[in-house]
Design a protein around this ligand. Structure first.
Ligand code: ADP
Length: 485
């Protein structure tokens, strides 16, 4: 059964019972008031008789009866006295009715029959008794009763409409939304602002809808990534073989000619930092051998860049657990910085490695080197316009949140905070919020995978990557790396 029907049925029952109770109560009240008026009338007349010193005779009773329009008698307070019919014409009914009277302390005369009477003392053992037909029936339907009933019905109607507006309609609206909870919609649910249970229900609905939406987005993202991963792995195989061949032939050319390649910088996608090996730049003074050595260097550097890119794709497509062994982080860092030295030199960036030896971490050497490469490459890109300084420091971390005061590694420490601080422009506000998201990039030609891969590598090592801006304005990338147990 519908909620509205249930509520309506309960409400109709309430109105009917309420009206009945109201009519009964009004009738009872009216009878009580009439009785009070009757008693007051008896009191006033008794006082009048006493004041006027009227004789309690049958004649006085009759005259008073005529004035009041009631039967009036004078009675002794003896119990059970046969009262005399004051008019001698009402026959036996009155006599019968009053035959067994008692006068109560309140002046009420109690007896059986369909008449009621009140008595008031007017002298010693003498009472004035007023008699009238008993007020009949429980229901008194008069104008006052009807007006009160109408007010009650109007109030009930207002209550019913408030109930419908406050409970039934919002519940109905929520019930109507429920089948569409999984649909992508951001429309506002007005009931969420309510403080009652309907508000709770609406908020729970809105939260569930948001969760479902987030889950759907995550699923779609995962599906896209899975498809991309498939494509990337296929592409990686296709790329790896020709790159390996290019590298091999470059190395063969090196051994055939005996010319050592000049260490050079791979292109970054940023036109400002790309090398121009054209003879005009290389200078006419250079001889053919030097140009050959430079070009060989470029071929090897670009091949290495493609290899690194492919390896990052593979990591994104099929992240596998790292193959860890206790490694000295400083060694990995030093080797990586050395490999990136030409690029840093080219961008006029100085790299200061202040990490002391002995930071032993359970690490996958190749992956950690990849993460460091990504972060240093970003710093070099960020400072390529004017040059700058990149400083790498480490601090021992005793436990989560606790960091040793000095930077000297100790045997009982639980990990390291390694910070890469550059003097570039720092992260933009958007980058601060999303730089580690996959495909987030603000660089022309950027792919937006560098920091994401670095963060993934740190996470796979049980650590974390955090980004911030230094008070002076440069970017700070922090590696939180657990120590080798
Ligand atoms: P990409 O380098 O391809 O853009 P990344 O994931 O490496 O992708 O970097 C994402 C973004 O983070 C960059 O586009 C840049 O806006 C910001 N970023 C990263 N490192 C730095 C840095 N050292 N200084 C300023 N911004 C940075």
């Amino acid at each position: 059964m519908k909620l509205s029907f249930r509520l309506a049925a309960a409400f109709v029952a309430f109105v009917v019972l309420g009206s009945l109770a109201l009519v009964l109560w009004l009738g009872f009240e009216e009878r009580r008031q009439l009785r009070e008026q009757f008693a007051a009338m008896a009191r006033t007349n008794a006082e009048f008789i006493r004041a006027q010193n009227l004789p309690p005779t049958e004649r006085t009773a009759r005259s008073l009866g005529e004035v009041l329009g009631l039967d009036v008698i004078f009675a002794n307070d003896d119990r059970g006295e046969d009262l005399v019919d004051p008019r001698n014409e009402t026959g036996t009914s009155l006599r019968h009715g009053l035959a067994k009277y008692t006068i109560g302390d309140t002046g009420r005369v109690n007896f059986s029959g369909d008449i009621e009477a009140v008595a008031q003392p007017i002298g010693e053992h003498r009472h004035l008794v007023l008699i009238r037909p008993r007020t009949q029936g429980f229901f008194t339907v008069n104008l006052r009763t009807l007006a009160i009933l109408a007010a009650f019905w109007a109030l009930s109607l207002a209550l019913a409409s408030a109930l419908a507006r406050g409970i039934v309609r919002p519940l109905r609206a929520l019930a109507a939304r429920l089948p569409h909870i999984s649909e992508e919609t951001k429309d506002h649910i007005p009931e969420t602002t309510r403080a009652d249970e309907i508000g709770q229900l609406a908020r729970a609905y809105a939260e569930t809808r948001a969760q479902l939406s987030a889950e759907r987005q995550a699923r779609e993202q995962a599906e896209r990534l899975a498809a991309l991963g498939k494509m990337a792995t296929g592409l990686a195989h296709e790329i790896n073989n020709p790159v390996a061949a290019i590298k091999l032939h470059a190395q063969l050319m090196e051994s055939d000619t005996g010319v050592s390649p000049v260490p050079t910088v791979a292109t970054t996608g940023d036109p400002q930092t790309s090398n121009d090996p054209s003879p005009s730049h290389a200078g006419h003074r250079r001889d053919a051998r030097a140009t050959f050595a430079e070009r060989l260097g470029i071929i090897l550097a670009e091949s290495a860049k493609i290899e690194s890119l492919v390896s990052q794709w593979m990591f994104l497509a099929r992240p596998q657990p790292p193959q860890t062994s206790p490694c000295d982080f400083t060694e990995i860092l030093t080797a990586t910085v050395r490999a990136l030295a030409p690029a840093a030199q080219h961008a006029n960036v100085q790299i200061f490695n202040e990490v002391p030896p002995g930071c032993i971490a359970a690490a996958d050497r190749r992956r950690l080197s990849q993460a460091i490469t990504n972060v240093i490459t970003n710093a070099i890109h960020a400072m390529s316009a004017r040059g700058g300084v990149l400083t790498v420091r480490s601090r021992a971390r005793e436990s989560a949140g606790a960091v040793a005061k000095d930077s000297t590694p100790r045997s009982h420490e639980h990990g390291y905070d390694i910070t890469f601080t550059d003097t570039g422009p720092g992260f933009s506000a958007t980058a601060l919020a999303s730089a580690t998201d996959l495909f987030f990039t603000e660089k022309e030609g950027g792919m937006g995978i560098g920091l994401n891969v670095a963060a993934g590598i740190l996470k796979a090592h049980g650590g974390e990557l955090r980004i911030a801006n230094a008070p002076g304005g440069g970017a700070v990338v922090k590696f939180i790396l657990p120590a080798a147990s």
